[in-house]
Ligand binder design. Structure first.
Ligand code: NAP
Length: 308
């Protein structure tokens, strides 16, 4: 039986691993569909303390992994399907083909990019539709692309894409960006970025090969419809927390974020802790996720001490 299983390898998970490993708990981490979490799909991270010149998201995650492994963390790659609590208080974690047992579980599974929900949309992923500018931006040189959304992510991605694309449309459903002022100003001040206000996608237009070649848009104020020719759509309309696999072990808010005991990382189930974006709809920052990972590790350690 493991002392602690940490599910998820983002900032929260790795920080929980560093702390529990240094406490000699030999954590086992389960890394799912997106090893390294959301920062692996980010470019430069300028606001993570200790990196005055900034650091590339994937580089930061490699460093966190190395730091966690240095103290004895083990990492296993599998998709966790379910977690159950047994009568003796232990947990059974179904991860791929394996059934694992642990005294405590730290859930740090983060959140996944959202898409519009238009029929047939999922089949276009990788064919001119993506939620990762870092991964796919360089494929679209000297052609028009768009970013959908009005938050910090949309602005950041739009700016990043100006390195490659001939033009970046920023399609937002309102006439005001949600992004922080500094990021909104930067995006709107970039001559390659053209905002398309009050507009939503109603249809993806594709060519004979099935690749995205444009969009049908609707102006939500006037009702006018229009078409926009472009080669790639970068979705940046937020994320959905990955908490579904926990069943009734946790309480969630309306959006699916895990409810923690106020001021703690504990959940309604003793021995089950939640850290990072899966439980945080408010801050959603790498450093706050790391802080919660630390808190979850300390709480798990205390819980194990009390178990005796
Ligand atoms: P977000 O702040 O939730 O913004 C999502 C955007 O998508 C909003 O503008 C929203 O429109 C729009 N949207 C949502 N659902 C939509 C739909 N169905 N159709 C069309 N548009 C839709 O998400 P985010 O930009 O990913 O940022 C998440 C968090 O990470 C934030 O706290 C942000 O500050 C942080 N972040 C920070 C940085 C940085 O500091 N470097 C970078 C990226 C993200 P409305 O505005 O109308 O709601």
């Amino acid at each position: 039986m493991e002392e602690v299983i940490i599910i998820g390898t983002g900032c929260a998970g790795y920080t929980a691993a560093i702390y529990t490993a240094r406490a000699s708990l030999k954590p086992l981490m389960i890394s799912g569909m997106q090893p390294g979490g959301q920062l692996t799909t980010t470019t430069e991270v300028e606001n993570f303390p200790g990196h005055p010149e900034g650091i590339m998201g994937p580089d930061l995650m490699v460093k966190l992994q190395q730091q966690a492994e240095r103290f004895g963390t083990r990492i296993q790659y599998a998709n966790v399907e379910s977690v159950a609590k047994m009568a003796d208080g232990s947990f059974v974690v179904k991860a791929g083909e394996e059934t694992l047992e642990a005294k405590t579980v730290i859930v740090a599974t983060g959140a996944t990019a959202r898409y519009m929900g238009i029929e047939g949309e999922m089949e276009l992923i990788g064919r001119g539709l993506t939620a990762c500018a870092t991964c796919d931006g360089a494929f679209y040189r000297d052609v028009p692309v768009c970013v959908v959304g009005g938050g910090d992510s949309a602005c950041e991605e739009a700016e990043f894409l100006t390195r490659f694309a001939s033009k970046v449309y920023l399609i937002h459903r309102r006439d005001e960006l949600r992004a922080s002022k500094i990021m909104a100003d930067r995006a709107l001040g970039n001559e390659k970025i053209e905002p398309v206000w009050d507009s939503v996608i109603t249809e993806y237009l594709t060519d004979e090969k099935g690749d995205v070649r444009g969009l049908k848009l609707k102006n939500v104020k006037s009702g006018d419809e229009s078409e926009l020719a472009l080669d790639c759509v970068f979705m940046a309309i937020g994320h959905t927390p990955n908490s579904g696999f926990l069943g009734d072990l946790v309480e969630r808010d309306d959006a699916g974020y895990i409810k923690q005991v106020p001021g703690r990382t504990a959940t309604k189930t003793a021995g089950l802790f939640a850290a990072g974006d899966v439980a945080d709809s408010f801050y959603r920052q790498a450093i706050t996720a790391a802080g919660q990972g630390c808190a979850a590790a300390l709480e798990a350690e205390r819980y194990l001490t009390e178990l005796g």
